[in-house]
Structure formats: structure tokens, C-alpha cells
Design a protein around this ligand. Structure first.
Ligand SMILES: NC(=O)c1ccc[n+]([C@@H]2O[C@H](COP(=O)([O-])OP(=O)(O)OC[C@H]3O[C@@H](n4cnc5c(N)ncnc54)[C@H](O)[C@@H]3O)[C@@H](O)[C@H]2O)c1
Length: 283
């Protein structure tokens, strides 16, 4: 039978829900904005990041502010991930309702190895950290039976999974894998526990990972000029992800959802047309 959902207030969309947020480094991080927003909407959460990020970033500060335990974990390490889920269920007082994967890193990008000359050890690391970690997080939750029914799992991705962007390098391949993992696990976890799994494809956003991409400012400006609504920022993303963690989207699963001000449907905008014709007239 279809259950009617009754929301008294939009503010309490996540009231009573327990979540785990992976990937908040500093106040620019998407995960930082999402952590703040889910708590604002009534959720209780734990935060996780690498020991190094906890030492050098600001996640402890966020933990204090949101009254959230910070649990160190390398998201490529299964023992660490088991700790995150076990400890989270313990401190939050029950099974988990939502998980955010907001993790990405490419040594090829960091060390300026172009796509035509990647180092394959770095390449494997890119895939492991930026994509396979999503599989590992979900498999850990699945084996521990750590998610409540109708739970929601989201990872943040980029349109370079579908289209080629010069300089996005091996992260494009990682994002394609990440999105495929969401579809595959969405099937298995949906069948087992009605857990939904989606990726959100976000506009270029000025964060540590984003600004690490060579030519980030050009990516940012180009997308902003092409998108009828302009780029989506981290706060817009946080609002969108709250809906995906809420009961308002219980039948949305196995999707790659564009959150990009319309960028993904555009070919040419008047603004870009004007800029290019001005340049042509000058030449
Ligand atoms: N910034 C953008 O323009 C943009 C656009 C679309 C998608 N994304 C994606 O959003 C996600 C979050 O990135 P961000 O832009 O907020 O940058 P960010 O640098 O703030 O976040 C990346 C996080 O990944 C964590 N991380 C790296 N290696 C890890 C590991 N082994 N285990 C656990 N955590 C690890 C880092 O500590 C950091 O907290 C990434 O998947 C990124 O690819 C970013």
C-alpha cells in the first residue's frame, strides 16, 4: 500500500535520521556545506576523513560545531570503513539512514602528468580513491547490514564522465566508474534493503580539489556563461542533497542527477556567442 508522507515543516526534513559524511576538509568543501545543511534539517551525523586531512584540515572544528564525532578513515581501507560504520551506529544510536561520498584525488593531476603520459600507479590510486572507495563504502555497509530501509547514498561527480574536458585527466575515468558503481549497487542494495544510490553531477566549484585542476578558472567561467541559471554553488548542492537524503525522493535511485544550472543540456549561449564574435572581430 502507498504510504502518505506528511511533512509539517521543510526544516525538519531529516529529523530523526542518522548519517555519515565523508570528505569535509575545510569550509570550501562540498561535504562541509552538506554536513551543515543536514544538521540544520534535523539529522545527527558523524564525519570521516583521512588522518592526514583531520590533522591539517578543519574537520575537527566542524565536528565541534555540529556536535559530530570525527572518525578517521582512509576510504580505500576496508578495516577503516568497518570502524566508521560500527562506531557511527554506536554513537548515533542505530542504523544509518544516509551516507555522502565526497572524495576525490588524482596524483597524475597533482604531479602534472598529462592524460597522454599517465603514471599507472597514480592512475590506479585515482580509481581506488575517487571511485572504488564508493564501492568499498557501500559493500561495507551492505555486509554489516548498517543501513535502514529506504536509506539513501549519494556521491558527488562531474560531467567529465560523459564528455571530454581537457585537463580533467584520469579523474574523468574515475567519475565514469563512480557513476557505474552507483547504478550497479543501486540494483543490489535496492533489492536487499530498498536503499537508493545516486550520483549528483555538480558545476565547477572553488574547493581544494576543484582548484587543483589546471585551468579551473576557465572551467568555472565557461560553465557559468553557458548555464542559463549560472553555476550551482556548494550551498545549492547542499540543499539538493538534503532532498535526496529525505523521504521526498524515496523512488529515485541508480541515477546520475545533474545539478549544474542547465549546463549539461546546453550547446551555445548568447553570452559565449558574443564573446567569441567580439574576439573574431578584433582578430
Ligand atoms: N570542486 C569541483 O569543481 C567539483 C565538481 C564536481 C564534482 N566534484 C567532486 O566533489 C567531491 C568533493 O570534492 P570537493 O570539491 O569538495 O574538494 P575537497 O578537496 O574539499 O574534498 C575532497 C576530499 O577527499 C578527501 N580524500 C582524499 N583522499 C581520501 C582518502 N583516501 N580517503 C578518504 N578521503 C579522502 C580529502 O581529504 C577531501 O576532504 C569530489 O569527488 C570531487 O571530484 C568537485
Amino acid at each position: 500500500m502507498h504510504q502518505t508522507l506528511n511533512f509539517k515543516s521543510m526544516d525538519g526534513l531529516l529529523k530523526g535520521k542518522r548519517g555519515i559524511i565523508f570528505g569535509a576538509l575545510d569550509e570550501k568543501s562540498m561535504a562541509w556545506h552538506i554536513a551543515e545543511k543536514v544538521v540544520e534539517h534535523g539529522a545527527k551525523i558523524t564525519l570521516s576523513n583521512t588522518a592526514m586531512a583531520i590533522r591539517f584540515g578543519k574537520v575537527k572544528e566542524l565536528g565541534q560545531k555540529l556536535n559530530a564525532e570525527v572518525i578517521p578513515a582512509d576510504a580505500t581501507n576496508i578495516d577503516d570503513l568497518e570502524q566508521v560504520f560500527t562506531k557511527s551506529m554506536d554513537v548515533l544510536g542505530g542504523k544509518i539512514d544516509f551516507v555522502l561520498h565526497s572524495i576525490g584525488m588524482s596524483l597524475n593531476i597533482r604531479k602534472k602528468r598529462p592524460y597522454t603520459d599517465v603514471n599507472y600507479d597514480f592512475y590506479m590510486k585515482t580509481l581506488d580513491i575517487s571511485a572504488i572507495s564508493f564501492h568499498k563504502i557501500i559493500q561495507t555497509a551492505y555486509k554489516l547490514d548498517a543501513m535502514n530501509e529506504w536509506g539513501s547514498i549519494v556521491a558527488i561527480t562531474y560531467i567529465a564522465a560523459q564528455r571530454t574536458f581537457d585537463r580533467y585527466n584520469d579523474m574523468a575515468d574515475a567519475k565514469a566508474l563512480l557513476e557505474s558503481i552507483a547504478r550497479s549497487w543501486g540494483y543490489y542494495y535496492g533489492k536487499k534493503r530498498k536503499v537508493r544510490i545516486n550520483t549528483v553531477s555538480q558545476s565547477p566549484t572553488p574547493t581544494t580539489a576543484g582548484q587543483g585542476i589546471d585551468g579551473f578558472d576557465v572551467f568555472y567561467q565557461y560553465a557559468d556563461k553557458l548555464s542559463p541559471l549560472g553555476n550551482a554553488d556548494a550551498d545549492d548542492l547542499a540543499n539538493y542533497v538534503v532532498t535526496l537524503f529525505s523521504d521526498l525522493t524515496r523512488k529515485v535511485t541508480m541515477q546520475n542527477l545533474y545539478h549544474d544550472g542547465g549546463f549539461s543540456s546546453m550547446g551555445m549561449s548568447d553570452e559565449l556567442m558574443q564573446e567569441i564574435s567580439n574576439k573574431l572581430n578584433k582578430d
